[in-house]
Design a protein around this ligand. Structure first.
Ligand SMILES: Nc1ncnc2c1ncn2[C@@H]1O[C@H](COP(=O)(O)OP(=O)(O)OP(=O)(O)O)[C@@H](O)[C@H]1O
Length: 305
């Protein structure tokens, strides 16, 4: 392991020696070695973020460590050179295929990752349903729409949610973009979604509550996801639409989008059970946070290579 001195760290991070010492003494920098009165700091240590940047937000104690570490990696990334347009496009294209594959697979789509990539290029996969091809294309278009919303700084509204849903359900003209008119059940769930006449009012409240939400984005987005799925406002496509909205919220706040893996689906479902059976949202908040952290770290590694 390569180390730097307190002085070198203070120069690199643009903060005083005294502040670096304090951070070392408080255990805020991972991997620090104390030698007598001096400290050795790992060469690749991240600059701890200023606690003040989280100030003003309501952060429950249990999430503080995770959110601070996420925001430290994000701050470090923001200091690095920006990705070029070509690099960004490449990363987005790769993400798009994987996200489309995983999100659709969770809902029973039979296309493999490779087949999803081909279907998005317009290739028809032998012996796979047309519906699965259309779902891939619909999800791709919905994600690109989400990206355009972020670029144009369009705030979340019920209209935006219905638009996303319209793209997800592009092959279902009579259901797309409209709230359901019949009761639904979620397979294996503890929660019964509300009666249809309650959907508009609950959706309106869910969206309007965002305007006075003072939590960290990760918690806000995870809670929105839990509550949105609990309302299950559409007749179909709630899972896919909900994961797209989750990403819209993350990207609007400058975080990378996340891809709930098909392989992690049991853990993902268990997050809903914890919330609706035990009133504990933390598994979903932690799962979303860990996904964001992993993705940010992946970007950082890319820029270090
Ligand atoms: N216990 C639960 N309580 C609330 N929501 C849940 C629960 N378990 C899973 N979900 C959410 O519901 C989604 C699946 O719901 P459902 O099977 O009704 O799908 P859908 O409305 O047809 O939408 P899609 O086809 O995109 O899933 C999951 O992907 C998840 O987001």
């Amino acid at each position: 392991m390569q180390y730097m001195t307190v002085k070198q760290a203070s120069e690199r991070w643009g903060i005083s020696d005294r502040r670096v010492r304090l951070l070392c003494a408080e255990g805020r920098i991972e991997g620090v070695v104390q030698k007598g009165r001096s400290y050795l700091i790992p060469e690749d240590a991240l600059k701890p973020i200023d606690g003040r940047s989280l100030r003003g937000k309501d952060i429950p104690e249990q999430y503080a460590g995770l959110f601070v570490s996420i925001d430290e990696i994000k701050a470090e990334l923001d200091r690095r050179r920006p990705l070029t347009a070509g690099e960004l496009k490449r990363l987005q294209d790769e993400f798009l295929v994987e996200f489309t594959y995983n999100s659709n697979a969770i809902e029973g789509n039979m296309l493999t990752l490779q087949e999803t990539a081909l279907a998005l290029e317009g290739v028809t996969i032998d012996k796979k349903p047309l519906k699965d091809h259309l779902e891939a294309v619909g999800h791709r278009d919905a994600f690109l729409y989400v990206v355009s919303l972020v670029k144009d700084k369009v705030p979340i509204s019920e209209r935006v949610i219905r638009e996303i849903h319209s793209l997800v359900l592009m092959d279902r003209p009579e259901d797309k973009g409209v709230y359901r008119r019949i009761p639904v059940k979620i397979m294996g769930a503890h929660r019964e979604p509300p009666q249809p006449y309650l959907v508009p009012v609950q959706m309106e409240r869910l969206v309007s509550d965002l305007s006075h939400d003072n939590r960290h984005t990760i918690e806000t987005a995870a809670m929105f996801h839990l509550n949105f799925e609990g309302i299950h406002p559409f007749i179909d496509g709630n899972g896919r639409t909900g994961r797209l909205i989750l990403n819209l919220m993350l990207m609007q706040a400058g975080y990378p989008p996340i891809d709930v893996k098909f392989a992690d689906r049991r853990q993902y479902y268990a997050c809903f059970d914890s919330y609706y059976r035990d009133n504990d949202a933390s598994p979903m908040v932690n799962m979303a946070g860990e996904y964001v952290k992993e993705r940010l770290s992946q970007y950082l590694r890319l820029l270090q290579d």
